[in-house]
Design a protein around this ligand. Structure first.
Ligand code: FES
Length: 89
């Protein structure tokens, strides 16, 4: 009977549900987790992220998302001036 299906106990839900990876860069199949890892490892610009994992080095569509991730980690976007090494001599 149709009503019986609603009366059956439901199977237990798994304790943790694996979240599918979110792609940032489709051209190179790079996930957000990987981009975040590059940023945490020291990449401070889109170019540095691209050097580290290739994200953003294809069509460029994902560069805004990479910039958002950089800004989320470091605050204001990095500029060439803010990344320049101090002139000691
Ligand atoms: S989607 Fe990242 S370079 Fe094309």
């Amino acid at each position: 009977m149709l009503g019986e299906a609603y009366l059956k106990p439901r199977p237990e839900e798994p304790a943790s549900v694996e979240v599918p990876p979110v792609y940032v860069c489709i051209c190179h199949g790079v996930h957000e987790r990987e981009v975040r890892g590059c940023i945490k490892a020291g990449a401070r610009t889109e170019d540095a992220v691209g050097d580290a994992c290739q994200a953003g080095t294809g069509c460029g569509t994902c560069l805004d998302r990479i910039a958002d991730l950089l800004e989320a980690e470091y605050g204001a976007p990095a500029t060439a001036a803010s990344l320049a090494k101090p002139d000691l001599f």
